[in-house]
Design a protein around this ligand. Structure first.
Ligand code: SAH
Length: 405
C-alpha cells in the first residue's frame, strides 16, 4: 500500500482488489465479494460487507484500509426537484454533485439510448397511468415523483471531476475557485454512489444517466476520469451509452478519448462562433483554437447513430445574435453534431446577462433550419445554485426563491 489514497477500496478495479486479496493470503473469491459490496451494494463501511469473515475485515481495518465512501455534507432541494449535494472527501475538500430527477433536456435527440426514454417508457408504469397513481397514493409525493421520473429514464446525476477548475471560462462560477486538486477515481465514483444511495435508486434496475459536467475539466484529470468511467460501467452497472462527458476543448485528450474501448458520449463546450469571441470567453482557445478543436471533432470516431454534442452558453449581446448562429452553422458543416443551447445562469461576479427569450428562439431556428438538431437545455435548480456554471460550493440558496420548507 503506497500513498494514502491506496487505503480506500472505492476506486480499486477488479485486478487491484484481486492483488489485495492475494497479498492478504485470502482465497481469490473474496475479490468478488469485495467488488459486490463496494460497487453493487455500495456499502459505507467494511462491517457492512457481511460475506467477508470478521478476521479479514479486521485485518483490512488494521492495515488502514477503509471503503472510502464520501460524506454528504449538505443537501439543497430545488423547487423543481433538483438536488444539489455538497460531497466531502477524507481531506476535507468537497465538490458538488447534482441530482436531476427529470434530466435537463440535454440528453435528448442524440440518437442513443438516453434520449429515447420517453417514447420507450414501459407499459403502465409510466406517469399518468394507474401504476403511477397507485404509487403516489402509497408513498409520500416526493418519493413517488422521483420513482416516476426514474421510470421515465431521465434521471441524471451531474458529476464533478476536480475540486474547482483551472480553465477560467469567464461566465462560469466554478472558475472563480481556481483548481484545488484532481479527484481520484474513487472520489468520482463515490459521488455517484452517495447520490444513488440517498435517492434510493440502483442501476441497472433503475435507469440512470450520468453527465460529467459538474465542477472541473474532466480531460485535465483524464486518467482518473477514465478509470472512474470503467468502474461505473463494469462494476456499478451504468451503461456507457447513458453517460456524457463535456470538455472545454482539451484537444489532445479528445483524440485519446476517441480511442477508448469504453467511453461516454462526447460533448464539447463551443460557446462562441469565432476565435476572437471564444478567446475572450474561454482563454484556453489561445492554445486550442476553433480550427484545432473542430479538426479533432471531425476526426473523432463516432459510433453507430452517435453525434457529438456542442454546448453553447448564450450570453446576452455577446454571442447570441443571428449572425453568431450563422457562423456556428458554418463551423459545424459536415459534422454529425447536435447543439445544446444553455441560457446563461447568472451568479455573483459574472459580468454577463441571460439572453432575451426571443434571441434563444431565433438562434435555435437558424441551426434547426440548417439541419442541425438543436435543443434548449432547461435550467435545473437555479434557485439553489445547482444549474450549469453555478457550482461553487455555495452554502446559501437564493433568498427570494428559497422554498418555504
Ligand atoms: N469543464 C467542462 C464541464 C463543466 S461545464 C466543460 O467546460 O465542458 C458544463 C457546461 O456548463 C459547459 O458547457 C459550460 O460551458 C456550461 N456553463 C458554464 N458556466 C455556465 C453558466 N454560468 N450558465 C450556463 N452554462 C454554463
Amino acid at each position: 500500500m503506497g500513498d494514502s489514497s491506496d487505503a480506500f477500496l472505492l476506486g480499486l478495479n477488479r485486478q487491484e482488489v484481486a492483488e489485495l486479496v492475494d497479498r492478504a493470503g485470502e482465497p481469490s473469491y473474496r475479490a468478488q465479494q469485495i467488488m459486490d459490496g463496494v460497487y453493487r451494494e455500495r456499502v459505507q463501511s467494511l462491517d457492512q460487507i457481511s460475506t467477508l469473515p470478521l478476521r479479514f475485515r479486521e485485518n483490512l481495518a488494521q492495515c488502514g484500509i477503509t471503503v472510502g465512501f464520501p460524506a454528504i455534507q449538505q443537501k439543497f432541494v430545488s423547487q423543481d426537484g433538483t438536488v444539489r449535494y455538497l460531497v466531502a472527501f477524507n481531506d476535507g475538500q468537497s465538490v458538488e454533485t447534482v441530482w436531476m430527477p427529470e434530466g435537463d433536456g440535454g440528453e435528448a435527440g442524440d440518437g442513443t439510448e438516453a434520449g429515447d426514454s420517453v417514447e420507450r417508457s414501459e407499459g403502465n408504469s409510466g406517469p399518468g397511468t394507474s401504476g403511477a397513481k397507485a404509487l403516489a397514493e402509497k408513498d409520500e409525493p416526493i418519493a413517488a415523483l422521483t420513482r416516476c421520473a426514474t421510470q421515465n429514464h431521465r434521471a441524471t446525476i451531474c458529476v464533478s471531476s476536480q475540486v474547482g477548475c483551472a480553465v477560467d471560462c469567464q461566465f462560469c462560477l466554478t472558475a472563480q475557485l481556481g483548481v484545488k486538486r484532481n479527484l481520484s477515481a474513487g472520489e468520482i465514483v463515490g459521488q455517484v454512489c452517495a447520490v444513488l444511495n440517498d435517492q434510493k435508486v440502483s442501476p441497472p434496475r433503475d435507469r440512470i444517466n450520468l453527465v460529467f459536467m459538474g465542477m472541473g475539466e474532466p480531460f485535465l484529470n483524464y486518467e482518473n476520469f477514465i478509470k472512474a468511467v470503467r468502474l461505473l460501467v463494469e462494476e456499478v452497472g451504468i451503461p456507457e451509452s447513458r453517460m456524457t462527458v463535456s470538455t472545454a476543448g482539451i484537444v489532445p485528450r479528445i483524440q485519446d478519448f476517441g480511442l477508448e474501448p469504453i467511453r461516454p458520449k462526447l460533448a464539447i463546450s463551443l460557446n462562441a462562433s469565432n476565435d476572437e469571441l471564444r478567446t475572450r470567453l474561454m482563454p484556453l482557445n489561445r492554445k486550442w483554437n476553433l480550427e484545432k478543436l473542430l479538426a479533432a471533432a471531425r476526426d473523432f470516431p463516432l459510433r453507430n447513430r452517435e453525434r457529438i454534442t456542442f454546448e453553447y452558453v448564450l450570453l446576452r449581446d455577446s454571442n447570441d445574435a443571428v449572425q453568431n448562429a450563422e457562423e456556428v452553422v458554418e463551423l459545424l458543416r459536415g459534422l454529425r453534431a447536435k447543439v445544446n443551447l444553455i441560457a446563461l445562469n447568472s451568479g455573483p461576479g459574472i459580468e454577463f446577462a441571460t439572453p432575451a427569450p426571443q434571441s434563444v428562439v431565433a438562434f435555435q431556428k437558424v441551426l434547426t433550419a440548417a439541419g442541425i438538431p438543436t435543443f434548449v437545455r432547461r435550467p435545473r435548480g437555479r434557485d439553489i445554485f445547482a444549474a450549469c456554471g453555478q457550482l461553487k460550493r455555495t452554502l446559501e440558496i437564493r433568498p427570494a426563491e428559497a422554498p418555504s420548507t
